[in-house]
Design a protein around this ligand. Sequence first.
Ligand code: URA
Length: 275
Amino acid sequence: MDMADRTQLLRALEWQVAAGADEAIGDTARDRYAPPDVPARLMDAPQPSAPVVAAPAATGSPAQSAPAPVPVGEAASIAASIESLEDLYAAIEAFDGCPLKTTAKNTVIADGVAGAPVMLLGEAPGAEEDRQGKPFIGRSGQLLDLMLGSIGLSRQENAYISNIMFWRPPGNRNPSTEEIASCRPFVDRHIELIKPKVLVFLGAPAAQTLLGRSEGITKMRGRWFNFRSAGMEELDVPPIPAIATFHPAYLLRTPVQKRFVWQDMLAIRERLNQD
Ligand code: URA
């Protein structure tokens, strides 16, 4: 290969990395433009529908209960039998039911104080979180720390931080419905074991998944909802007040929206002060 070819190949690789394709997920390259290798008789067969993550709740006034989500797969029975945070962490580490685990470097579960009054949930670990095995430690995590600090909270003292996914999707793509569903029972059990006074959902994927709602984050942010997992409902545990706000990564791209997050932070402070 001459120097010009090499430079061209390097440029093509840099372009792929910049576009987010920064993980090798197979030993051989796959031609995604090739015709599918499917027998003709199957081409018109109806496709199975995606598993249900959670039924959408009726829209309307704040502070309504979210419907019980439908537990999916083997994670549900494992999660239901877990009684301590330590066992939950071990079960998530050992769980092989989420395909993202195969491409991630680390399992990323939580950071902060386990008995904290506030539990925050984002979407999925990014590259830095995947490298270090801790949630929200990259640029958006630094902004999150500033947001928390503005109302007297910190992961060292009184906040607990996690995500609805425990493994980084390759190239930071959005996790699929199935991938989210595979982790969901652990997320519910995580919340049940932490028992925070207040839940904060960072960004639309966390809010939509855990509240079973389909509205965008602009409509959901700043409003109080009730979070109640299927397990809490079964045991008649009261719901946990939950608020959604913009994801810090979105704020890094759109700083003008920080004023709304400031309002949300004040609402969280006020709610915590009530107890
Ligand atoms: N974004 C998230 O949603 N979670 C992280 O842990 C990091 C970035």
